[in-house]
Design a protein around this ligand. Structure first.
Ligand SMILES: *[C@@H]1O[C@H](CO)[C@@H](O)[C@H](O)[C@H]1NC(C)=O
Ligand SMILES: *[C@@H]1O[C@H](CO)[C@@H](O)[C@H](O)[C@H]1NC(C)=O
Length: 285
């Protein structure tokens, strides 16, 4: 009986969700070259020396079509990512839409012995975002499609482990402005000595006080920051933004310094935060 149930679960999982074969790792830096100076961010009490400090958090190396595309720190308790980290290298035009897609799940986050446990104990599924069969909040990606360099990476972001519930109007409003503004500044500021466009980006969510369907946390804020080298000015550049997960008139978005954002996250998450080594500089002094 137990075995039968387990197999039904296996088949269901295999059939109803596009396979994503992400790898869970013990250290964030094992995912690959997504971090400035190959150094993991520090979030005191949550992520130290590249390792999660609490059993709820999992390092997800987001592997899709045989390549790790980005890295996520996922909170299995709140069923949302804390952040995704990726490299921005410019974009190409291709036809893909982020909305109305099938959302992938991570098979590796499911308990190995499915017969003893409920599937989706560790991650959100599509219907967690619904109330009475319609989306109450939309899954909004951290690594967003408009920042992806190729079609396969664009596909790889469509996983709920890279998504959080966003308030209606947030994505198309203020967050779209953040998305576009950071993209434009990276295009302008982040040309390295080899004439390559490259920036290290981290985008995350601050958990809030609401649980959607008693399962998925609705973040109170979203934030993003990038770090890159500007060969024209021969200096390291960082920029940051954060904003409430609310519908807002999207006319202006306030630029923050990396230090501002880190201070803000320290208040919200309760421990010292350093997103990029030496606050995005090579200066060790
Ligand atoms: C970086 O360099 C570009 C020219 O490539 C310049 O327009 C821009 O202002 C610089 N950005 C910063 C933040 O120094
Ligand atoms: C980085 O910035 C934080 C403020 O966010 C500050 O407390 C810390 O001392 C800075 N670290 C370095 C190495 O400059």
């Amino acid at each position: 009986m137990g075995l039968l149930v387990a197999c039904v679960v296996c088949v269901l999982l295999a059939l109803s969700f596009p396979g994503i074969v992400s790898k869970l790792e013990d250290k964030l830096t094992k995912c690959g070259d997504f971090f400035f100076e190959e150094e993991s961010p520090l979030i005191h009490g949550i992520l130290e020396n590249s390792e999660p400090q609490n059993n709820d958090y999992r390092v997800v190396c987001q592997k899709y079509k045989n390549k790790i595309r980005y890295a996520t720190l996922y909170d299995t308790g709140k069923k949302i990512p804390l952040f995704s980290a990726y490299k921005y290298t410019g974009t190409k035009v291709f036809v893909k839409q982020e909305s109305l897609q099938t959302w992938m799940i991570e098979l590796e986050l499911e308990p190995k012995d499915a017969e003893m446990s409920v599937p989706f104990e560790n991650q959100a599924r599509n219907k967690d975002y619904w109330i009475k069969n319609t989306y109450k909040y939309f899954p909004g990606t951290l690594f967003s499609m408009s920042h992806t360099a190729d079609e396969e990476t664009a596909e790889s972001i469509l996983t709920l482990t890279n998504s959080v519930p966003q308030t209606n109007g947030f994505r198309d409003g203020i967050w779209n402005l953040v998305d576009q503004t950071t993209k434009e500044s990276m295009e302008n500021d982040c040309i390295d000595n080899n004439d390559n466009l490259v920036a290290y980006v981290m985008t995350g969510a601050v958990p809030g006080n609401t649980m959607l369907n008693q399962r998925v946390n609705v973040p109170s804020y979203m934030w993003t920051a990038f770090c890159c080298y500007n060969s024209t000015t021969t200096s390291w550049v960082s920029k940051a933004y954060y904003t409430e997960n609310k519908r807002k008139k999207a006319t202006k978005i306030k630029l923050k310094s990396l230090e501002d954002l880190q201070g803000f996250l320290t208040t919200k998450l309760g421990g010292k935060v350093e997103l990029f080594k030496n606050n995005c500089s090579l200066d060790d002094s």
